[in-house]
Structures are given as C-alpha cells and as structure tokens.
Write a protein that binds this ligand. Sequence first.
Ligand SMILES: Cc1cc2nc3c(=O)[nH]c(=O)nc-3n(C[C@H](O)[C@H](O)[C@H](O)COP(=O)(O)OP(=O)(O)OC[C@H]3O[C@@H](n4cnc5c(N)ncnc54)[C@H](O)[C@@H]3O)c2cc1C
Length: 435
Amino acid sequence: MNNAGGVRRKVVVVGGGFAGLYAAKSLANTEVDVVLVDRKNHHTFQPLLYQVATGVLGPHQIAAPLRAVLRKARNTHVLLQEVTGFDLDRRVVLLSEGELPYDYLIVAAGARHSYFGHDEWAAHAPGLKTLEDAVDIRARVLSAFERAEQAAFVSGEQPILNFAVIGGGPTGVELAGMLADIARRVVADEYHSIDTRKARVLLFEAADRILLVYPPELSASARRQLEELGVEVLTGTPVTAVEEGRIRVGEEWMPTAATIWATGVAASPLGRMLGGETDRAGRVAVAPDLSLPGRPEVFVIGDMASLKDAEGKVVPGLGAAAIQMGRTAASNILHDLQGNARTSFVYRDKGTMATIGKHRAIALIGKHQISGFIAWVLWGIVHVFLLIGFRSRLAVMREWMWAYFTERINGRLITTPGEVSRQPAQANHAAREKR
Ligand SMILES: Cc1cc2nc3c(=O)[nH]c(=O)nc-3n(C[C@H](O)[C@H](O)[C@H](O)COP(=O)(O)OP(=O)(O)OC[C@H]3O[C@@H](n4cnc5c(N)ncnc54)[C@H](O)[C@@H]3O)c2cc1C
C-alpha cells in the first residue's frame, strides 16, 4: 500500500499510553493523517503512579493532556472516545459513539491487573494502573491513618494498622517501601493519639523471592533494603482471599487497614476482539514487524503484544519496550508508503530499576547490578528525563528536592468522598481482638 494518487492514508492509533503516543509522535507531520483515540484525555507516566498513590506527587505532575503533547502535529486528531471493537474486514474501529475508518490500525490499549478469576477482590484491593487508581489508593491509605487516630482518640488504645501489599514485583516493592517510609518518618509526628511507626507494612509474594525478573542477588538486596525500612517481606506466601478489611493467608484471616493489589497481568480485552492468537494473559501474538498475522495493515504493540524479538529475546511489558514498538510500527507504515521493506522489531534493553523508599533502589543495566543510594540517584535521573514535558520535569524535581530535604510530603490529600468512613467499624474491632 502506498500514497499513490496523492490520497493521504488514514492511521488510527488506539491508546495514548507509551506505545500509542510514541507511534503518533513518530507519525507527526508525515504524509499520513493520524487519529489517536483514547478514553482518557491524558497520557499517564505509569512508573511514577506509586508516588501519587503515596502522596509524594500530584496527579497532574505525572500526566499530560494528549492534545497538549500532540499540539504541533498538524496531521493528528485526538478523539476522547472508548473503543469497543473492530470490524477488520470493513477496516473500521468501533467506538462507543460511531465508528472510524482506517487504512492502517495501531492497537495499543495496554493491560490491567488480573485477579486470577476473582474480580470481586478488586473492590477491596485496588490495583495501580491509572491516575484514578492512584488517587483511590492514596485515599484508602490516608483514611486508614485517620480511622486509627480516631479510634485511639476515643479508646486510648493503639489499634492494629496493617497495610497489605499483594505482589512482590516492582510496583509492590515500590509501594511497600514508600508506605513504610511514610509511616516511620513522614507522618510520625503528625498523629498524636497513635504511633504510626507501629504500623505494619506486609508485602506478600507467592514465589520464593521478590522481583523475579531480576537476578537473585538483586532480589536479595531489595529484600534487605525493604526490611531495613521495616517492611515484612513474606515470600512463598500466597494470599488466598480478599474481603473488606481483611485477607486470608493460608487458612488464617488477617485484618487489614488497606490492601493493595500489585500482581497479575491481563491485556486489554480489545486484544481478543482482533481474532488472532492470544496467550493466557490475553496478549496478542504478533509477527516480527509487529503486525497481526494475516493482517499487515493492523499492528498490535506495547503491553498488549506478545513476541520474541528478531534476536529471540522475549519482549517485556515495560515502558521502554512500548516506546520502541510504537516507533517501529510507525516506521513500518512509512516504509510501506515509501515502497521500502518493513523492519523486524529488535528490543534494546536499556535496563530496569525499582526504588525502595527514600534513598534506596536496585538497578540492572546490561550485566551491571547496582543497589542502594547510587541506584536511587540513577532511578531519579532516568525518570525525570523520561517524563513528558519540561514543566513536569521541573515540578517533579522541585517536589522531590522538597521531600528529600524537609521529609515533608505535600500531596497527602483525601479527595475521595466518604473514604474515611468506608470501612466498617467491625474491621477495627476485629483488628483489636486479633492483637
Ligand atoms: C504502577 C506501574 C509502574 C510501572 N513502572 C515501570 C517502570 O518503572 N519502568 C518501565 O519501563 N515500565 C514500567 N511500567 C510498565 C509500563 O508503564 C507499561 O509497560 C507501559 O505503560 C505500556 O504502555 P502501553 O502503551 O502498551 O499501555 P498503557 O500505557 O497502559 O496505555 C494504554 C492506553 O490505552 C487506553 N485505552 C485502553 N483501553 C481503551 C479503550 N477501550 N478505548 C480507548 N482507549 C483505551 C488507556 O486509557 C491508555 O491511555 C509500570 C507500570 C505500572 C502500572
């Protein structure tokens, strides 16, 4: 397919996450017309969501309106719409209101957490994927402190304050580390009826070590660093049920003041609607050029795609991979139009990192394993650099400096109505009895 006859081809991009946004940016002001459709009006920098969930940063500091990011792309329209399906034979994307024809389609709708067949747990243990999730978790955590303070003020007793984080991957580790830091240091002098340093932060992992994608030495280092912060790391310990105010661990129920879900991957349901082969997580198997086998005009990229790259490496569900896939899909479309051969995707691994509280982190860069303060500084530099927009970078740096030198965190706002009274009083009673 080429632009013969001067007809401009229409490329529809579904999703303005890392993959879709970088595809759209790569097609900006080229010979095609682009429509980027997302059900949110903003791009979210997911690696810093846990900082919003713990009140370090505000939502607007890690997100940017898609329109603003693409304002200089004169060939690009942004549509705020929900994609509900596809008619691949007619080459149209089905929207909650209407439909959208395309010549090329790039599907990049991402993934969410999987609750392993127990979707009812989501109401009691939110996952962290969107800004709304982060604000919800922030409210649950802060409200737990408030409820405990209120109970202690009335009874004079220190209630149990258990924060359970389920899943020892990077998100679970980052959340647990930051929660421990907050309880031990940030808010310790602000509550006068409870001792927040007695709060327990429990990190549950079913496997025998946390951070399974890292080498065992870095997992062990992360565990040590978490334990120094006071996190109880429970490996080989699957959580078998989740209810309001409690979780079941083996046969025992444990009361929780807030429970956060940080495990399992379920690709967007749009993947299965494409009719191709999908894996257990619903990720779509794609050809080396990132197209849907048998449909060269359709690309599936980012967290929705399942592939080994041209060098045989399994491509991980990471921001860097999503960005690289976005660029490759876009360049393959342009190759088609210019009569050139498509290129196969090769994942360039630039390293992975996870922070653990205020000063600590682990990083794996090539064969180099780095732990502690240096890894933390590296993490900060990389993440500020990757944020979209100069203003966000400045604002985040300023916020981090403030938090670093003053030990104060400004974003600890409860903005979800009714959150403080959400958990039934019995949960607190149960907590006291259990103690
Ligand atoms: C908490 C957390 C921390 C992370 N930390 C790191 C990290 O430190 N380093 C790293 O490399 N990676 C990290 N990741 C992974 C990384 O963020 C993802 O791999 C990356 O965001 C995937 O990009 P994507 O474009 O495929 O999907 P997403 O970024 O999820 O974007 C999908 C987009 O599609 C839109 N969408 C979905 N369904 C529809 C629909 N039906 N209609 C319209 N729009 C739709 C969504 O609104 C969203 O904008 C982290 C992820 C999370 C959740």
